[in-house]
Design a protein around this ligand. Structure first.
Ligand code: C2E
Ligand code: MG
Ligand code: MG
Ligand code: MG
Length: 289
């Protein structure tokens, strides 16, 4: 890729070449910086989990939370997971980070349960974690130690993680299902999973990607696609969660199309644990109105 960029740049002349070269250097430098800083972040525990509620929009009740990692770097402030998760994945550091995420999120779920707010907890798995032969044993340990119910643990996978060797993926999914956990396909509709495979994957939930939801009701194609995904999920007996729901128009559209579980800024951004009690208060007030 880099070679190609340089070749094209050279063809365009020396200045452009220089420009590309600098850009590539800057990208490589940032990557290396993040990689080094990630190792320190693990040691010094600079990560935190935030929790975004998934809400039943008929009753305004919280039905679960998705755990989303945040990296608070001592000098650079918050670094987005979009920036560092791919690097953690490429370097293998994700396995250690992901293990921490699983423990931390399940302990959070246990604390909620102890407050009488037992709820589902959704956790994003990376491709490396999904392939890791220790994953099943790790999950059993976590389920035993935290004593949360297995079905309330929802593991989020993406289509691309399942589409390589489909038979291997199906076996992996079956192994996880044997633990009793629930499985979701995240960002559904953005990957390449074919519908015939979807039927064979033992998954429980489809999460409609934000990219289809965000331009509802302005974009009629997106409305058609979203409605079709919801209808298909129902036919396959899967639950549906809509991601990135920001407006009441989107809520109305989703309700009219039989999708009731929504996640997005309309109800709440991802929150630090300390903000969660306030969320319950706010939603209770909304429900009364
Ligand atoms: P995702 O799993 O699809 O998570 C949803 C993302 O959409 C989150 O971004 C969330 O903050 C954002 N979001 C939620 N509602 C809205 C909304 O109404 N509008 C908009 N514009 N955005 C909304 P975030 O937290 O930056 O995470 C980005 C991605 O990073 C996640 O996408 C997930 O793929 C990955 N990620 C986050 N935490 C973890 C983790 O612990 N492990 C792994 N492997 N990946 C993670
Ligand atoms: Mg997710
Ligand atoms: Mg998603
Ligand atoms: Mg997404």
């Amino acid at each position: 890729h880099a070679d190609l960029a340089m070749y094209e740049a050279k063809a365009k002349g020396r200045n452009t070449y220089h420009f590309y070269n600098q850009e590539l250097n800057a990208a490589a430098k940032e990557r290396l910086m993040i990689e080094n800083e990630l190792r320190i972040a693990i040691k010094e525990q600079q990560f935190e989990l935030y929790y975004q509620p998934q809400v039943d929009c008929r009753t305004n009740e919280v039905v679960g939370f998705e755990a989303l990692i945040r990296w608070f770097h001592p000098t650079q402030g918050m670094i987005s997971p979009v920036k560092f998760i791919p690097i953690a994945e490429a370097t293998g550091l994700i396995v250690e980070i992901g293990e921490w995420v699983l423990w931390e999120a399940c302990r959070f779920a246990k604390r909620l349960e102890e407050q009488g707010r037992g709820n589902n907890i959704s956790i994003n798995l990376s491709a490396r974690q999904f392939k890791d032969s220790n994953l099943k044993a790790l999950l059993s340990r976590i389920l035993v130690k935290t004593s949360i119910s297995a079905q309330s643990l929802h593991l989020e996978l993406t289509e691309s993680m399942l589409m390589g060797d489909v038979e291997v993926a199906i076996n992996q999914l079956l192994e996880l299902k044997m633990l009793g956990v629930s499985l979701s396909i995240d960002d559904f509709g953005t990957g390449y999973s074919s519908l015939s495979y979807l039927k064979r994957f033992p998954v429980d939930i489809l999460k409609v990607d934000r990219s289809f939801v965000k331009d509802i009701p302005a974009d009629s194609n997106d409305m058609e696609i979203t409605a079709a995904i919801i209808a298909m999920a129902q036919k396959l007996n899967l639950n549906v969660v809509a991601e990135g729901v920001e407006t009441s128009e989107q809520i109305t559209f989703l309700k009219n199309n039989n999708c009731y579980i929504v996640q997005g800024y309309f109800f709440s951004p991802p929150l630090a644990e300390a903000q969660v009690p306030e969320l319950y208060k706010q939603l209770a007030l909304k429900a009364i109105c």
